[in-house]
Design a protein around this ligand. Structure first.
Ligand SMILES: Nc1nc2c([nH]c(=O)n2[C@@H]2O[C@H](COP(=O)(O)OP(=O)(O)OP(=O)(O)O)[C@@H](O)[C@H]2O)c(=O)[nH]1
Length: 138
């Protein structure tokens, strides 16, 4: 039998603005993978539905309100990190209330999907970029 892995379920979202740009957030100093740009989101807590996790994280991290029907599944990442295996559904969202703000002192940037390739992102995220380019154009 192969070695047991710890599976970590994290949900993330590509918020898309009217110009087809995507919001990325820079992991704050002190966290694992600090300085890398990522899609907003976080770990699914025990007993929590993934969509509820995203709605909670978006309110906590960037101060916007999202309605569940506005979260559309796009694709997912499956990546072996040292010590755990990340499974990360990526949703797309084009409608929300409020203006994204860096409530946790993180950097926030709106970028065209093609420009994601030039950002330092966690290794799990690279395979997600072509799906965003297909959906939104470069
Ligand atoms: N949110 C998010 N997490 C990602 C992405 N890519 C990626 O590998 N991850 C990984 O998924 C995990 C998310 O953990 P997190 O620390 O952001 O979750 P959280 O907000 O619940 O953390 P906390 O325990 O500090 O509250 C980390 O291991 C992170 O490196 C991404 O694009 N977005």
């Amino acid at each position: 039998m192969s070695e047991a892995v710890r599976l970590l379920l994290v949900v993330a979202v590509a918020l898309v603005d009217g110009d087809g740009r995507v919001l990325v957030s820079q992991r704050p100093p002190g966290k694992e993978l600090a300085g890398l740009w990522e899609f907003p989101g976080g770990k699914v807590e025990p007993g929590e539905r993934p969509e509820a996790t995203l709605i909670r994280e978006l309110a906590e991290e960037i101060g916007i309100a999202v309605e569940e029907p506005c979260l559309a599944p796009l694709t997912f990442a499956s990546h072996a990190y040292p010590g755990f295996h990340l499974l990360m559904p990526l949703y797309v969202c084009r409608r929300w209330t409020g203006t994204p703000q860096p409530l946790e002192g993180q950097g926030l940037r709106w970028v065209r999907p093609r420009a994601l390739r030039d950002l330092a992102m966690p290794p799990a995220d690279a395979p997600l970029i072509p799906f965003l380019i297909d959906l939104l154009g470069p």
